[in-house]
Write a protein that binds this ligand. Structure first.
Ligand code: GDP
Length: 200
């Protein structure tokens, strides 16, 4: 499950502009600021690769990265940025939904959950939307290294709360992986998990 090479392929504005290909792919998704770029950079061990998606105007694009010439890691726009009341609801543009509903090579979604904050309803809404559309999810907790908290709970407590929240509200039994882009914990486990799903 080693990453030997990674190549940025393209940014697509619509699902139908994505690479036409039969290689398997994994989409990475989460609230804005969840640590998505950091995780992508840590997975592929390239400091800058996920910066592409941070350039102004590129944040609302679907970014395809080809790993080992054999599978894609797909960076999707984050959700829940607005500080408006609507922040509590899914603000996906129709193209993000279009991507999920039309991408037959999609093996699964890595749904990133920030372990340094309490469970967020919007993450559950996202999980439920994907679940209803039969898209397999792996919950990937980010920032698990953040042990110093000034207020609120520690990551392990937030993770436990979120898992409880999911068990009560979500019908399936998804996989969980704890990660930190700072310490590198969970990186190998996540790569191995993806390789197992690809060969399934
Ligand atoms: P994105 O908006 O989801 O792409 O998030 P970024 O990768 O840009 O990260 C958002 C913020 O969280 C930045 O200030 C990062 O330094 C911080 N961050 C990301 N991953 C981690 C992590 O694993 N541990 C800690 N402590 N901070 C992180």
């Amino acid at each position: 499950a080693k990453v030997k090479e990674v190549e940025f392929i393209k940014s697509s504005a619509r699902a139908r502009d994505c690479p036409v290909d039969d290689r398997p792919e994994f989409a990475i998704l989460g609230r804005s600021n969840v640590g998505k770029s950091s995780l992508i950079n840590s997975l592929v061990r390239r400091k800058e690769i996920a910066l592409t998606s941070k350039k102004p105007g590129k944040t609302q694009l679907i970014n395809h990265f080809l790993v080992n010439k054999s599978w894609y890691l797909v960076d999707l726009p984050g959700y829940g940025f607005a500080k408006a009341p609507e922040a509590a609801k899914m603000d996906w543009s129709s193209f993000t939904k279009g991507y999920f509903l039309n991408r037959s090579t999609l093996v699964g979604v890595l749904l990133l959950i920030d372990a340094s904050v309490p469970p967020q309803k919007i993450d559950l809404d996202c999980a439920n939307w994907l679940g209803r559309n039969k898209i397999p999810i792996t919950f990937v907790f980010t920032k698990c290294d953040k042990m110093k908290v000034t207020k609120g709970k520690r990551p392990d407590e937030n993770i436990r709360d979120f898992q409880e929240f999911i068990r009560e509200n979500y019908k399936q039994h998804p996989a969980w992986i704890m990660t930190s882009s700072v310490s590198g914990v969970g990186r190998d486990e996540l790569l191995l998990h993806m390789s197992q799903l690809r060969n399934y």
